[in-house]
Ligand binder design. Structure first.
Ligand SMILES: *[C@@H]1O[C@H](CO)[C@@H](O)[C@H](O)[C@H]1NC(C)=O
Ligand SMILES: *[C@@H]1O[C@H](CO)[C@@H](O)[C@H](O)[C@H]1NC(C)=O
Ligand SMILES: *[C@@H]1O[C@H](CO)[C@@H](O)[C@H](O)[C@H]1NC(C)=O
Ligand SMILES: *[C@@H]1O[C@H](CO)[C@@H](O)[C@H](O)[C@H]1NC(C)=O
Ligand SMILES: *[C@@H]1O[C@H](CO)[C@@H](O)[C@H](O)[C@H]1NC(C)=O
Ligand SMILES: *[C@@H]1O[C@H](CO)[C@@H](O)[C@H](O)[C@H]1NC(C)=O
Ligand SMILES: *[C@@H]1O[C@H](CO)[C@@H](O)[C@H](O)[C@H]1NC(C)=O
Length: 438
């Protein structure tokens, strides 16, 4: 059984598949220089570093934190990024934002990013007050930055069925100049990333192309989870359709030219929404994924899969909860379960996996998608990679497949670190889709 490196965690725990650990390609080529001796810290630090491409962080600041953070130590990770957050926040508030708006804006954006990431590893304890308090500070600093951008981003709350959908609307500079309605890129993130991060990953790239950029979060995603105590839901179109209704009311939005992007687990959520929301002109699955539960199940020992399939919740939960606190279990394993429980708002791993397994794509669902779909793949995405081709096959002629190359530094999950390549490939494709809309 060939396991992606990051998933050897379960296997390591159970003593199987250890023979994979010295295979050269899947395990030693992570595509970038490690930023920590803890593999998962290294990956997450790389994600934080990559936000520097869109003004979310600064390389020197992140590299300094990376040098100080003790591998695998969640408190150390929190302390270093909290320090950076506080330091940038202090700089930002010392600036007269009327006189020096660019300086204030950039410092507030980076303070917000550091505060957000500081709590990334704390979700294992769902009542840790830092998860909430630090998040509030992060949101407040981001909100001080957005009116200082040229396009003056706006926060909007859209009503969904039984929940509120936080939206950030970044008006195209072209539309702002009274040029009428323009195309719009609407982006949702995945299992853990907040919408604010998408602005740094793709937002500036989209706005540079003269389009509107809009982000949203649904149940399970960071701010909705915190403020409304709601976990992920399978009927994701109930999140996207109210946002589309809202976009229809905005004169800057050419409603016939809206593309929905989904990052990471959003690679499932976006096509799922498009199976019922037919006003979308295009979907971007970054990257192609149809079943996240399967990624986890494939890595579990057969005896534990048996417990799950027998509905033995007590024994399955005991095993998974043991893994969460096992000193032998790799960080990614522990975090993945912690984050799953948090984002599905449950204390039961069995419940989490059941509900995760209800959020999937299949032939019937994808048959209901009426627009073209960009399916991305990071060549060495060893986090959740491996399902892209099946998504392409299920979509048939609606799919446009694009592989991002490791040799060009774009092979990581979601093309982290190579955001300009991600934008070039996706936005040029979608521009041609928009051109063809009548
Ligand atoms: C791992 O290393 C051992 C001993 O060096 C070797 O026998 C084995 O074939 C290697 N396994 C893989 C998958 O490369
Ligand atoms: C492993 O990597 C080497 C060199 O980087 C490459 O030539 C080879 O094709 C790879 N093997 C597999 C199975 O991907
Ligand atoms: C900030 O700068 C503006 C514009 O230069 C100026 O009018 C204002 O007095 C300054 N505020 C403070 C507190 O210095
Ligand atoms: C979780 O955090 C709360 C609040 O800080 C604390 O009282 C509790 O002991 C923590 N639980 C665990 C298991 O660490
Ligand atoms: C609208 O945009 C076009 C270029 O796309 C530009 O030539 C024109 O001047 C703009 N009109 C206004 C009113 O800004
Ligand atoms: C659940 O699994 C445990 C451990 O294998 C076993 O002892 C127990 O009898 C099982 N319970 C049920 C209801 O099957
Ligand atoms: C396809 O769309 C129709 C109409 O909205 C819906 O009734 C049906 O359940 C959908 N099928 C799937 C598999 O989602």
């Amino acid at each position: 059984m060939q396991l992606p490196k990051s998933l050897l965690f379960f296997a390591v725990q159970s003593g199987i598949a250890l023979g994979q650990s010295n295979s050269t390609n899947s395990t030693s080529d992570v595509g970038f220089l490690p930023l920590s001796t803890d593999d998962y810290f290294s990956f997450v630090l790389f994600e934080v570093l990559s936000q520097a491409n869109g003004g979310g962080t600064a390389t020197g600041e992140v590299m300094r934190a990376a040098a100080k953070i003790e591998p695998g130590n969640y408190e150390s990770y929190y302390n270093e990024f909290k320090f950076l957050g506080d330091s940038l926040h202090d700089i930002a508030i010392s600036i007269n934002a009327t006189k020096f708006p660019v300086s204030a804006r950039e410092a507030y954006f980076r303070a917000a990013s550091y505060y957000r990431t500081s709590v990334f590893f704390l979700t294992g304890n769902q009542t840790d007050p830092r998860l909430f308090d630090t998040w509030d500070i992060a949101l407040a600093d981001f909100d001080r930055a957005i009116p200082l951008t040229d396009v003056k981003g706006e926060r909007v709350t859209v009503k969904g069925p039984g929940f509120d959908i936080p939206v950030i609307f970044w008006k195209s500079p072209k539309a702002a100049k009274g040029n009428g309605s323009v195309p719009t890129i609407l982006v949702g993130s995945g299992y853990d990333a907040p919408q604010e991060e998408s602005y740094h990953a793709l937002g500036r790239e989209v706005l540079d192309r003269g389009w509107n950029f809009v982000t949203y979060e649904g149940p399970g995603q960071p701010t909705v989870r915190r403020q409304q105590a709601l976990g992920f839901i399978p009927n994701w179109w109930d999140v996207v359709t109210p946002v589309m209704d809202y976009l229809e009311t905005r004169p800057e939005v050419d409603i016939k030219r809206v593309a929905l992007g989904g990052l990471s687990f959003g690679g499932i959520l976006a096509p799922l929404a498009a199976s019922r929301e037919h006003r979308l002109a295009a979907v971007l699955a970054i990257d192609g994924l149809y079943d996240l539960q399967k990624v986890i199940m494939d890595a579990l020992p057969p005896s534990k899969i048996q417990l799950y399939e027998n509905g033995n919740r007590t024994a399955f939960d005991a095993y998974m909860n043991g893994l969460r606190v096992s000193p032998q279990a790799p960080t990614m394993a522990k975090w993945f379960v912690d984050q799953g429980l948090w984002s599905f708002n449950t204390e039961s791993p069995y419940d989490w996996l059941k509900r995760l397994g209800a959020i999937v794509l299949d032939a019937d669902i994808l048959n209901n998608v009426t627009c073209p779909v960009f399916v991305g793949k990071g060549q060495n995405d060893d986090l959740v990679g491996g399902q892209e081709q099946e998504v392409v096959d299920l979509l048939g002629s609606k799919a446009y497949f694009y592989e991002f190359k490791t040799a060009l530094g774009a092979g990581a999950h979601c093309q982290l670190g190579a955001e300009p390549q991600l934008a070039q490939a996706t936005m040029d494709w979608v521009a041609e889709v928009f051109e063809a809309v009548v």
